[in-house]
Design a protein around this ligand. Sequence first.
Ligand SMILES: Cc1cc2nc3c(=O)[nH]c(=O)nc-3n(C[C@H](O)[C@H](O)[C@H](O)COP(=O)(O)OP(=O)(O)OC[C@H]3O[C@@H](n4cnc5c(N)ncnc54)[C@H](O)[C@@H]3O)c2cc1C
Length: 484
Amino acid sequence: MQHSTFYERNAPDPALVERTLVGTAFGVHWLDAAARAGLRAERAQLRGSTAADLVVVGGGYLGLWTAVLAARREPGRRIVVLEAARVGWAASGRNGGWVDASITHGEQNGRSRWPDEFETLERLGRENLDAFERDLAELGVDCGFARVGALQLALEEHQVAWTQEAADGADRVALSAEEARARLHAPGVLGAALQSGRLVATVDPARLVLELAAAADRLGIEVYERSRVRALSGEAGGVLLTTVGGATIRAGQVALATNAFPSLLARNRLMTIPVYDYALMTEPLTSAQREAIGWAGREGLGDLANQFHYAQITAEGRILWGGYDAIHHAGGRIRARYEDRPDLHRRLAAHFLALFPQLAPGGVDGGVRFSHRWAGVIDTSTRFAAFYGTARRGRVAYAAGFTGLGVGATRFAAEVLLDLLGGEATERTELEMVRRRGLPFPPEPAVSVGVAAMRAAMDAADHREGRRGVFLRTMDAVGLGFDS
Ligand SMILES: Cc1cc2nc3c(=O)[nH]c(=O)nc-3n(C[C@H](O)[C@H](O)[C@H](O)COP(=O)(O)OP(=O)(O)OC[C@H]3O[C@@H](n4cnc5c(N)ncnc54)[C@H](O)[C@@H]3O)c2cc1C
């Protein structure tokens, strides 16, 4: 029997939704705020012909962690980062700022794909989050890192049982409706899975990436912008990189950190697909509005549907609200115009008001408005977690495929890339998760058809009290899935 979802049963008046979006700017709140704080100075373009010991392609978290950790492992090497556009402009500067200890895109995904080594992966993930925090302090990276933990909300009866299944009596606790509503005053909440601050932190994502770049400067790393690498070719003793602008650089080693963008290696072209994820940011809440929603612990917030939302409340009292729709465009195209989708932003706003009716126009202090709307591209892989590898006789290492959970996991991946380039066998490089790459997506048009079928199946599962139909179960069984 078809069952309506929480967001459908509690759909607000469309006129109220429109009012929350009056004057909402199209742009990324985090990057705007960083620019206003003077953190987005332009960097030079690579010109002419030069050489370096290590060249990192991509100026997001993965590229910058790789460069910074490389400089710390072996001071004195010449390290260059080449960024196609601006440092942190892509996923790293526009995400939900949820830093998860999981390096496997959650426990369920990790346990089902790597059952024999899951305990190790869980420990390595926790160690990575601890090292992440330590590194931020040592490198002087000020990005509001806070070990606030997370609340995964049950908004449907069948999700309450899932919160209990996830509980381990230590860092994962099931909360009753009363306990959950004591933390978050959202009337529709039926329970929650609470993860401790040992598992989840939040950050200002743009500050994280821009301050990592500033730390790279202090370590003597050269970071260039508007320097898109067009091609890699083998050379005696190294690799030659050519930029679109005609500059060349001879590298002893190369780390590829290009995320959802077309890989410079043909073998990786079908390993990820770009999927658009949409987000809204509110204006800062008034103190009466903050009191009306509780949320004093500032936990990362999510819901437990197959098509899920994520949220955080910033130190300034703004609420970031994103997720639900995950849009893939035929041919895997990435275009700025795909980011502005009034229909999807309207749906997000409606879902926000369903969860927080007290913040609707006419509510506490007149209700809230959204100040920003944007979208970003996620590098979805069939295993939902990053894959790794080397090319050109071990001189090039790559990682991609974080599938929407890369803020913490990119630091771990940077360590893996450096282990691989160093030719060392470490606990990390010996992992099956690192040694085996996972399955590619099928080529077009099959991939577009498959993604559309998968989304329809997830929506159907949310309308069938969470039960996964034959199609999703088949995809799970062959290890091919889809998630945002
Ligand atoms: C809306 C949204 C919300 C998200 N929320 C969360 C969250 O709350 N928690 C979480 O853990 N994860 C989240 N993610 C995912 C997370 O942001 C990413 O996994 C992470 O930022 C990936 O970092 P990266 O360095 O690999 O990629 P990116 O930040 O995309 O950086 C890749 C860079 O490579 C550059 N590049 C590409 N090709 C070339 C080339 N040929 N030459 C030079 N440069 C090149 C690009 O210009 C880009 O700057 C979210 C993502 C999105 C889009």
